[in-house]
Design a protein around this ligand. Structure first.
Ligand SMILES: Cc1cc2nc3c(=O)[nH]c(=O)nc-3n(C[C@H](O)[C@H](O)[C@H](O)COP(=O)(O)OP(=O)(O)OC[C@H]3O[C@@H](n4cnc5c(N)ncnc54)[C@H](O)[C@@H]3O)c2cc1C
Length: 459
């Protein structure tokens, strides 16, 4: 049954009634339901309820009377609650939890398909989640497009506005990318870096063949077998090889002590895909926020609809209750939202804090319990304009040692004198509790091992 036509008839029926009721019938929807939350008390509208239900076609009426709550509210004459059920069943509104790239992309797909009765509940006061570009055009979360071939995000990306960095995954195959290597012997020559990359490729291929081991265990085993050692006479220092190992953490965000060695299995390793896409890897010229803007603008262009109008901010979902005709979503502030379909885009960490009724099945519970809270720190040092430009040869990436394994050089990508250290997994946890000053001192003494005359940062 067509909800809009039905609504028209109901409005006609109620045209001489109180403004509050008319306003509710006219405007109650998935995006306005918060406004009407306090309407849902059993007010006796028995007479109207009967007339309204009579306006439904036979099939819809039969379908609704199979719902216990519908029968209950009908008997009570609770028109508001009854209307909510009719709306949910006929309009099938959707709630999306989370307004990160996933949530925004789902919303954009719905808008383009003319389905605009959706609501996004977002815990923070902004969209984007782990995509966040600061006012200074720095990406505090995602910054890269990991492979441009067949990437499903391509339809939202204009590659003329992107900065190419490497023709394939630079973290696993650094031989293909411009990376400045600061090794145990100081700043290393390109020839030496290429020799090390070749050695590392051999080691990584061997790691991928180890069964039932983590990457770290497999590496240690190869170490004890003497494989990681370099031939006599070779200049390669085994210590240097460790930074290649930890590049895996920089790239995939997890600890090599948790990631299975199979992850580097031979086929994958040679293709350097591991879950990313083929082709060049790019940085966003104007920040990863461009991606969000493009997704939103694409929806606007195809549907004339601004999906941001359907986002509610500062709504932290705490409970998800499935019942026989809708999904009830409780948020920390006490409001309850109702929908017919639900998309959850919350990452596993915060997902563990949401109560489900009925509870998640054991398989899902077990999988979630295995996921540990990760750490992926980005720490940025700003220098005086262009003081550092020449020192780092305008290379996009600088590889060093624990805990500051990889540095991004923003002179290269954004012409900003900012160096950003990436400290993933254990390296990230180890920095917890340090003050900003302590961190900056630590980073500077690390860098001054190589560049004793490096000036102090200004921020
Ligand atoms: C430092 C860092 C660097 C990264 N670099 C890259 C990169 O260069 N390239 C790349 O492809 N990927 C990168 N990633 C990964 C990438 O950012 C994520 O895969 C992607 O942003 C995930 O998007 P999402 O929408 O699925 O989740 P999220 O972005 O996490 O969005 C989930 C949303 O749900 C909200 N939420 C959470 N709990 C609740 C709740 N209870 N109620 C309501 N809302 C809730 C959150 O506030 C958030 O807005 C990086 C990640 C990090 C942390």
């Amino acid at each position: 049954m067509n909800f809009e036509l039905f609504k028209k008839k109901v409005k006609q029926l109620l045209k001489n009634n109180c403004y509050k009721l008319q306003d509710f019938i006219e405007n109650y929807s998935i995006t306005t339901q918060k406004k009407y939350n306090d309407y849902f008390q059993a007010i006796n509208f028995t007479h109207h309820v009967k007339d309204i239900v009579n306006l439904l076609d036979d099939n819809t009426r039969q379908m609704l009377f199979k719902i216990d709550d519908f029968k209950k509210y009908y008997e009570l004459g609770d028109l508001y609650s009854l209307w909510r059920i009719i709306y949910i069943k006929l309009e099938e509104p959707i709630i999306i939890i989370g307004s990160g790239v996933s949530g925004i992309t789902i919303a954009s797909g719905l808008a383009i398909n003319n389905k605009i009765n959706f609501l996004i509940l977002e815990a923070r006061d902004r969209i984007g989640g782990r995509v966040y570009t600061s006012d200074r055009n720095m990406d505090m979360g995602a910054a890269w497009i990991h492979g441009s071939e067949n990437n499903p995000l391509n339809k939202f990306i204009n590659y003329n506005n992107m900065i190419p960095v490497a023709n394939c995954n630079p973290w696993m195959h650094s031989e293909n990318a411009a990376i400045k290597y600061l090794g145990v012997k100081g700043v290393l020559a390109e020839e030496y870096r290429q020799q090390m990359a070749t050695k590392w490729n051999q080691i990584a291929t061997k790691i991928g063949l180890k069964k039932n081991k983590t990457i770290y265990e497999a590496f240690l085993e190869l170490n004890s077998e003497g494989f990681t050692e370099t031939k006599e006479g070779s200049d390669i220092d085994t210590e240097d090889i460790y930074s290649f190992l930890y590049m895996i953490e920089v790239w995939c965000g997890g600890s090599i002590k948790n990631i299975s060695a199979d992850f580097l299995n031979e086929t994958n390793y040679n293709n350097a895909l591991f879950g990313d896409y083929g082709g060049s890897h790019y940085l966003f010229k104007n920040g990863a926020k461009t991606l969000l803007d493009n997704i939103i603008n694409n929806a606007k262009m195809h549907s004339q609809y601004n999906i941001l109008d359907n986002v509610l901010y500062n709504e932290i979902v705490t409970d998800i209750i499935y019942n026989d005709y809708c999904v009830e979503i409780k948020v920390r502030s006490g409001h309850i939202y109702y929908c017919n379909k639900l998309c959850i885009t919350v990452p596993p960490g915060p997902l563990k804090d949401i109560n489900f009724s009925p509870p998640l099945d054991n398989l899902h519970k077990k999988s979630l319990s295995k996921i540990k809270m990760g750490s992926y720190k980005k720490i940025q040092l700003e220098f005086c304009k262009n003081e550092i430009g020449q020192m780092f040869d305008n290379c996009p990436m600088i590889l060093t040692y624990n805990p500051f394994i990889l540095w991004n050089n923003y002179i290269y990508s954004k012409n900003k004198p900012i160096l950003e250290a990436i400290c993933p997994a254990e390296a990230g946890w180890a920095l917890a509790g340090y003050s900003d000053e302590e961190l900056a001192d630590n980073m500077m003494s690390h860098l001054r091992n190589y560049y004793p005359h490096l000036p102090d940062p200004i921020a």
